[in-house]
Ligand binder design. Structure first.
Ligand code: SF4
Length: 487
């Protein structure tokens, strides 16, 4: 958990605790905070500020054995709050703390900071994220088994907290292959009013294995990476999503699947078991929110996705991918898309900042052969651009010392693109070269493209306007793109 634990804060540095409380409650609410600081059963009204301050002082004295005068000048108002409280986007437009931004440990700290028992976090967490709960509003968890007491509801109200996810599900598109695109409207944060999309992809497996569903979530509105083949990239970066907004996509997906199962829909989706951060945005360009959301997604008391079934994708932000591997057990997926700097500088412009040698050098360190952990390389197959036998041979050489699997992506076309998908034969030749070199290599089929729900097709360029520049095509690829345009 980042920063000091709340218990440390309350028992050792009460003045600092007061400073943090202002962060949590705001100066107006802080006046009333001690009413809630004793216990959930403390009276909500009728206590003077003086009495309440005395109660808080007694609480602090009891906990560390040393009296600290609550009336003494607060010499540490400038003390930093716990690190998690400084993450951007934690609060809604009314200043309420959106609890879905917090990891489990952070929620425990929050409970203590507002005068609750740490165990209350477990109860809250289950109502927010466990199957069969997934409440929209705190009032849904009252008057039922394991529901909240009226005292806690009052505390919750005074603490100025919210369980809103900062977005609402506006509509669901169903593609011919039963893929669903969920379109959300952001209600909070820097992207308020914008739409973001997530995709539910049904996976039917052979050999009697149970079907499952993969959820592809977005981490930004638009994307600042400007990959030249990507529809989302045309938008440019419009806004970062908060952890709550990323988690809410998972919560809504679980709700949707549960609703379909409850009515016995004939083509109901199977349970969501896998999450991929491959929707709108470059996840590692929104690092803190993505890391927090992945921690929330994998916590065993709530959504409980297995860490090895949660994949975070990046185009190659080297410092951030190092940090992710160091701090999370989730899978890392790296979008390679080219085997020379010349081509990658064009297709994936971030390569100019982190060229292939630097990216692959980091992956060699982080994923050594037989190291037990692998990186997934993604490679979109573009006709005449990156799909030659020389490319395949270079790919094998580049990945030589790296424990990896490879996923070839069939390019999904969209309006205005200059690229064309590689032929099925070319994809198979490329795949065979990798397999002969001893690599696991799969091909990701196009899913949901009739509803613009496929990989690289998310976003609404028409509504927001294209804002990212189209880069100059290297001369030797101009013919290939010309052929694509004519074909
Ligand atoms: S491929 Fe991914 S990183 Fe590149 S522009 Fe599209 S969304 Fe952004």
């Amino acid at each position: 958990m980042p920063g000091l634990s709340a218990r440390c804060a309350l028992t050792r540095v009460p003045a600092q605790c007061r400073a943090w409380s202002r962060q949590l409650w705001g100066p107006q609410v802080l006046q009333h905070r001690p009413q809630c600081a004793g216990s959930a059963e403390a009276p909500a009204t009728g206590t003077t500020t003086h009495e309440a301050t005395a109660a808080l002082q007694e609480r602090l004295t009891n906990s560390d054995g040393a009296t600290t005068s609550a009336a003494a000048p607060d010499s540490s108002d400038s003390a930093p709050p716990p690190k998690f409280l400084t993450r951007p986007g934690l609060r809604d437009a009314r200043g309420a703390l959106m609890l879905k931004n917090l990891t489990f440990c952070e929620l425990e700290s929050w409970c203590e900071l507002v005068g609750e028992r740490r165990q209350r976090a477990r109860q809250l967490w289950r109502w927010l994220y466990a199957d069969g709960a997934l409440i929209h509003d705190i009032s849904e968890a009252t008057g039922v088994a394991n529901g909240f007491s009226s005292a806690f509801l009052e505390l919750f109200r005074q603490a100025h907290a919210s369980i809103d996810g900062g977005m609402r599900l506006e509509r669901v598109h169903r593609a011919a292959d039963n893929t669903r695109k969920m379109v959300f409207r952001l209600t909070e944060g820097e992207g308020a009013g914008a739409a973001v999309e997530a995709v539910l992809i049904p996976i039917v497996r052979s050999g009697g294995a149970r079907p499952r569903t993969t959820l592809c979530v977005s981490s930004q509105v638009g994307c600042g990476m400007n990959c030249q083949f990507c529809f989302t990239g045309r938008l440019g970066l419009c806004a970062q999503l908060s952890a709550a907004q990323i988690v809410e996509q998972m919560v809504e997906a679980r709700r949707l699947v549960a609703e379909e199962a409850a009515v016995g829909a004939p083509d109901a989706l199977a349970p969501v078991t896998n999450v991929v951060y491959m929707g709108m945005g470059e996840p590692l360009h929104n690092f803190d929110a993505v890391l927090a959301s992945a921690a929330i997604a994998t916590h065993e008391l709530g959504l409980h996705f297995s860490a090895n079934k949660v994949s975070v994708s990046t185009v190659g932000l080297v410092p951030q991918l190092r940090a992710l591997v160091a701090s999370s057990r989730c899978q890392l997926a790296v979008s390679l898309h080219a085997t020379t700097d010349e081509v990658r500088n064009w297709l994936v412009p971030v390569n100019r900042r982190y060229p292939l040698a630097e990216l692959l050098g980091a992956l060699r360190e982080l994923f050594p052969r037989s190291g037990g952990r692998f990186v997934l390389f993604e490679y979109v197959m573009l006709a005449g651009v990156n799909d030659s036998e020389e490319d395949a041979a270079r790919f094998v050489a580049l990945a030589n010392d790296i424990e990896c699997k490879v996923n070839l992506i069939i390019f999904n076309t969209h309006a205005g693109t200059r690229f064309k998908p590689s032929s099925a034969d070319q994809v198979q030749r490329f795949r065979s070269a990798l397999i002969q070199a001893g690599r696991v290599c799969t091909v990701r089929d196009s899913r949901g493209d009739d509803e613009m729900a496929a990989c690289g097709q998310l976003g609404d360029v028409g509504a927001m306007g294209a804002r990212a520049p189209v880069l100059r095509v290297p001369p030797r690829f101009q013919n290939a793109l010309l052929a694509a345009a004519q074909g």
